[in-house]
Each structure stands twice: as C-alpha cells, then as structure tokens.
Design a protein around this ligand. Sequence first.
Ligand SMILES: NC(=O)c1ccc[n+]([C@@H]2O[C@H](COP(=O)([O-])OP(=O)(O)OC[C@H]3O[C@@H](n4cnc5c(N)ncnc54)[C@H](OP(=O)(O)O)[C@@H]3O)[C@@H](O)[C@H]2O)c1
Length: 333
Amino acid sequence: MSLQNRQVLLVRRPEGTLRKDSFTVVTTELSEELAPGEILVRNRFLSVDPYQRLLAGGGDTFTQPAPLGAPMPGWAAGEVMASRDPKLSVGDKVVSYLGWQLFGICRGEQARKVGLRGLPLPAYLGVAGMPGVTAYLGTFDIGRPKAGETVVVSAAAGAVGGIVGQLARMHGCRVVGIAGGPAKCRHVVEDLGFAAAADYKAGDLPGDLRKSAPEGIDVYFDSVGGAVLEAVLPLLNPFARIVLCGHISTYDRPESPIPSGWEFLLSRRVRLEGFIVGDRLDRWPEALGRLERWAVEGKLRYEETIVEGLENAPGALPQLFQGKSLGKLVVAI
Ligand SMILES: NC(=O)c1ccc[n+]([C@@H]2O[C@H](COP(=O)([O-])OP(=O)(O)OC[C@H]3O[C@@H](n4cnc5c(N)ncnc54)[C@H](OP(=O)(O)O)[C@@H]3O)[C@@H](O)[C@H]2O)c1
C-alpha cells in the first residue's frame, strides 16, 4: 500500500536575498510499509526557522547543508498514523525532524511524544520546542544573569527572544528588548512584561539603547549580529556576557563585515560564547519540562504566526528576514 505525499523540495541554493523560488512543491508516492521500530506520521504543522536559510545556502554552517532535490529539513509536529514501535500508538501527537512534507516515516525514538499537558500542537515547535530550549539554555547556561542585572535581547518579539526576555524577567532581571517597529516594541513591553524596548528601525539605536539601559548592559542575548551588535558593544558593563545565538542580519549576506567595536570585549572583560542548542541534548529534558509547565500555567506567554497550506511554506521562510512574523512562525497543513 502507498499513499500520496506532498513535499516541499529545495531545488536551488539561494544567493543573497532568499526567495520562494528556491523551492518547489511536488506530489510523490510513499510506501506505507514500516520496518520494526518505525512510525508513519501525518504532519500537521511545519516549523519555519532562520537556520533553514543557512542550510539552504549550503555555506559554512554548524550542520550539514540541506540536500538539493530533497524535502527541506526541519522540525514538524503531527500525529502517528501507523506504528511498529511499541512505545507509540496511532493517534499519538509527536514532534520529529521529518521536514517539510505531509507524511513521513522515521524510527519511533526519533520522535518526541507531546501534548500530554494539553498545549496546542504548534507550541511544541515554539515555546515547548527547539526555540524555547534555545532561550532557556542560552539564558541560564550561557548568559547566566543574576537578579538585578540588565539583560538586553535582540529579535525580542520573535520565537526565541520573546521567551528569553520573559525568563530573564522571571529571574529578577531588568529586560530591554530590541525589535523592529513600534508595534513589536509595544508588544514586548505591554504583553511580555519587558521593562523597555528599543526600535532598531527608528534611526538612533545607540541613543535609544542608552536611554533604555541607563545602568549599562550585563547580558546581551544576540540573535541579530551586524549593526545591532555594534550598538550594544559600547554599552556593555565590565564582566558582561554575550550569548552569541544567531546573526540573522547577515544570513542573506555572508560577506558582511565583522561588526566594529571589538575593542570593548577586552576593555570590559566580556565573555562572548557561541552557542548551538543541539550540542546540549542532555539539558533538553529539564528545559522542555519547565517551559511546558510555565506555558500551561500561563507564566510564559507565547505568540504564533500561522501560515496556512504546505504550498505556502516556501514563501513563509523569507518572512523571517522581513520581520513579518510575531512569535513562532509555523505552517499549518
Ligand atoms: N544557536 C542556536 O542554537 C539557535 C537556535 C534557534 C535559533 N537561533 C537563532 O536565534 C535567532 C532568532 O530565531 P527565531 O527562531 O526566534 O526567529 P524570530 O526571532 O522569530 O524571527 C526572526 C526575527 O529576526 C528579526 N530580524 C530579521 N532580520 C533582521 C535584521 N536585518 N536586523 C534585525 N533584526 C532582524 C525580525 O524581527 P524584527 O521585526 O524585530 O526585525 C524577525 O522577526 C536567529 O538568529 C536564529 O538563527 C539560534
């Protein structure tokens, strides 16, 4: 027996600005036959994440480039349709790395059973998934803020940044967000409880940040790199920490110059640490358990931007680079 699958294939490596024509949507046949230990999953939500731009580009990155002619790799949340793994049953909700396709087959141990505490399925791709874990481990294991310190977060209205800021606030820090536009800045203050926000599109980020963080910056959670990082460096306090989590402003432009102001790293004795969440798998269970509980209890707020339809996944990824999404971006299929 086989079923008709729908897949989003990467067909062209993007150069410069990512466009949807790097992808094509095809219908293929998938044999439903399962080997012992395997499960068949019907995906319901596809995760759209900035690192997929790096995978598609195929340049120097922390993991294997996405192969051309194959479904775009990525996280997905769905439902078990058939199982030859005794630990998983038909109807179980799972998160897997089956990528951008309607159906997929993987080994049961490659899927994480979710939904037991009742969060909606897309939340397991965001607050209670990889971006939430990135926020948790980046904040507590790498940034290690102390109560009373000032924490600045860039891409503050996004999937990772929105959680970082709330975790640091819950930890007793004064949190300042950096985001693009007045609506996102209002959101992080009024909805997520940050102390202040600076709009990097308003024209004077260094001046606005100085006003928002008058006592200087103790921890900077960097998702953006480039000009935003340059604006932060002179404001760092002695012994500040930088969590180097991402540099989305240059994913489309790998030839961008290294930000200036590196002399501050020495004079302020800054600890700067690059961090990849997948290197710390042993820490995921603690992070996922707490994030899910806090989200269920309403202590952590999370937003989602949902794009409808598998055929719209290629157009969804560029939205991350245009600042069009709020919170976690997912495709419902
Ligand atoms: N190291 C790791 O293990 C790891 C894991 C997950 C994510 N990350 C990184 O964390 C960052 C955030 O990921 P996410 O999933 O939470 O994405 P996201 O914040 O939900 O979406 C990306 C946001 O980046 C902002 N942005 C885009 N281009 C920008 C530019 N040129 N200058 C300033 N801001 C820009 C946009 O917000 P505005 O509207 O505010 O511009 C956009 O909404 C990314 O750099 C990602 O690669 C790293």
